[in-house]
Design a binder for this molecule. Structure first.
Ligand code: MF3
Ligand code: CO
Length: 396
């Protein structure tokens, strides 16, 4: 069905949304491209058969792409839930003028492998801290943009493209891209995917929960932040899972100060998740030091009774990023060698911040701003507060 020219002509469709424009000439769109419709590609409209024919060759690349999308077959695997991998587009390019981490070309984070910072937690200088703070602020801006794209029908592929382009526009390199061969510019993890989901062509669906994990490399330093959101209407357990994970991270942040043992974060997180939904905490993936390197010491487990050695000191910078599951804590890895899914196919949520230890507490370097996308419980609180204000004003 690839090279249909003239054989299949578009026909008038019943429901053309109001304001539809012809993708050829910009006039009123009246007919739909039948090939796009058949391939379930985004709808494209034309004003007339003439415009359709004239633009067919330009437009054919979309058909070729969606041919691949529709033909993609997930590799055989004992998938634990209902989610399956979908088509992943080729690796995006980063222009030469963007400063890149060492692995950008070949995928091997050599500096990370050979550095003593793999086992000795760095204490950063004031100048380094300023650089990492900036990278964290950039990561936050990108996450906020990406989070605002979330709605049913949107492709993780589209979010990844927007993340990639925004990074380049701000002069940053999207840290995940080619890190140990990771194929995309951010991680997008849906439902039973715990982390490291590869942005693909599966449209987000009403009822999904989705995590977007953003890391950027800016002027020599990395920042790392992630959040989980609902897509449309999500059931109560799913919402409880997200909210519990969010506040488990908040609980852990409350105890970050000089002297706190790395192993203590896991106690706080685990007990909070147990008390607020009997949820379990993932053990295979941990928080990490970050800065000039994407990943370095310390290792921060999120589960109870872990054996992490060491304590917080002023000038340390690390992530806390608990992954919390509805069912078992155990994970399996998909054949793509990246996607970590729950062993029982039940859902998983995650939140992450990059945190600086200060002399009397901490600074959340990836903190949300007034522009950050709100969670439903915050919107509900605002609506309630608004209603109260109105009621009070009405009384006066
Ligand atoms: N951002 C992830 C973290 O929190 C790391 C992703 S590595 C990648 O550590 F290669 F998958 F991107
Ligand atoms: Co991280």
């Amino acid at each position: 069905m690839a090279q249909v020219s003239g054989a299949k002509v578009p026909t008038a469709v019943d429901e053309v949304p109001p304001g539809t424009v012809c993708s050829g000439c910009g006039q009123e769109g009246k007919i739909e491209c039948p090939i796009c419709a058949k391939l379930k590609a985004p709808k494209i409209y034309y004003c007339s058969q003439e415009c359709f024919k004239q633009n067919f060759n330009n437009h054919a690349s979309v058909h070729q792409l969606y041919m691949k999308v529709s033909k993609f077959v997930p590799p055989p695997f004992n998938y634990t839930g209902t989610l399956r991998p979908h088509y992943v587009s080729p690796r995006r390019k980063v222009p030469d003028h963007i400063p890149k981490p060492d692995y950008a070309e070949h995928g091997d984070p050599i500096s990370e492998r050979i550095s003593s910072r793999g086992y000795t937690t760095p204490i950063y200088t004031q100048q380094e801290i300023e650089g990492i703070r900036l990278a964290c602020q950039k990561s936050r801006e990108v996450l906020d943009m990406a989070a605002n794209m979330i709605k049913p029908g949107v492709l993780p592929e589209d979010i990844d493209a927007a993340v990639h382009n925004m990074c380049i526009e701000m002069g940053a390199y999207p840290s995940p891209l080619n890190y140990k061969g990771f194929p995309k510019s951010c991680c997008i993890s849906v439902n039973e995917v715990i982390c490291h989901g590869i942005p693909d062509f599966r449209p987000l669906q009403n009822g999904d929960i989705v995590n977007i994990d953003i890391s950027v490399h800016y002027k020599g330093y990395h920042g790392d932040v992630n959040e989980t959101f609902v897509v449309g209407e999500v059931d109560e357990v799913g919402k409880q899972l997200i909210k519990t994970t969010y506040f488990a991270l908040e609980e852990a942040i409350k105890i970050v100060r000089p002297g706190t043992l790395f192993r203590d974060f896991g106690e706080v997180i685990s007990s909070y998740c147990q008390r607020n939904g009997k949820f379990s905490v993932v053990r295979s993936y941990c928080g990490h030091g970050i800065g000039e390197l994407f990943h370095c010491a310390p290792n921060i487990p999120h589960y109870a009774k872990n054996k992490a050695v060491g304590a917080c000191r002023p000038g340390m910078i690390f992530t806390i990023e608990p992954m919390v599951n509805e069912g078992t804590y155990q994970d399996v890895t998909w054949p793509d060698d990246w996607t970590a899914a729950t062993a029982d196919g039940k859902r998983s949520a995650q939140f992450e911040h990059t945190i600086l230890v200060t002399k009397d507490g901490c600074e959340v370097l990836t903190a949300r701003t007034s522009k950050s996308k709100k969670q439903w419980w915050e919107e509900e609180a605002e609506t309630a507060a608004g209603a109260t204000t109105e009621a009070t004003e009405a009384k006066e």
